[in-house]
Design a protein around this ligand. Sequence first.
Ligand SMILES: C[S@@+](CC[C@H](N)C(=O)[O-])C[C@H]1O[C@@H](n2cnc3c(N)ncnc32)[C@H](O)[C@@H]1O
Length: 232
Amino acid sequence: MTDANAARVREMFTRIARRYDVMNSLMTGGRHHAWRRLAADAVVDAPPGPILDLATGTADLALAVRAVRPASRVVAADFSEAMLHEARPKLARRGERRVRLLAGDALALPFRDRTFAAVTSAFLVRNLDDLAGGLTEMRRVVMSGGLVVTLDITRPTVVGWDRVFGIYFARVVPVLGALVAGDRAAYTYLPDSVARFTSPAGLAEAMRRAGLRDVRYRRAGLGTIAVHVGVA
Ligand SMILES: C[S@@+](CC[C@H](N)C(=O)[O-])C[C@H]1O[C@@H](n2cnc3c(N)ncnc32)[C@H](O)[C@@H]1O
């Protein structure tokens, strides 16, 4: 990602941080928590050790990971301080003391090689201009036998439903974004970024090229969500 692009993406997430959670619930009818639980369930099989939730946003996946890995500390990193600012009171309300919030860029992680038992991310990979670079960083910081788990939106393939989803996403979501978050541009970027992104099979191939093995994925949310898992 060029510096200018990265700055634009960071600025966009910074703008929408305060309305981010409510928009997720509205857009998905509350289903987004169940999808993060699918990603969290995948790390149950990771070796013992700390877990990195990358691009944690308001820390919902970090919390879902803690629920299934009570013995693991979680580092929850994001390059938007505004998102972390929203995460902080949420963690405090839950009395969560084993999630450490950290400002950091997915493309230049401030960790030594093989630090984590798993790296998770929800709704990040589609935002990375340098997908190969991001996956390589994830692979680098995971210990041997550890897991890289990604969750992101994907285009459904069922004929008919793909059109309905396309219309909802491209026409309705930007209007919701304008009305609720006051930011039509950010919620136009969202469907555009999904349209531009690779297929689930393409992401699986990119993960293999980054050095991960036994890569597998499953779709959920009527084919609109994909959870990928690769072993380091
Ligand atoms: C769509 S939000 C997802 C937040 C959270 N993971 C969730 O499940 O709701 C994408 C997040 O990725 C972060 N992000 C995007 N690119 C990043 C990068 N290169 N490094 C760190 N964070 C990044 C944004 O700041 C934003 O908080």
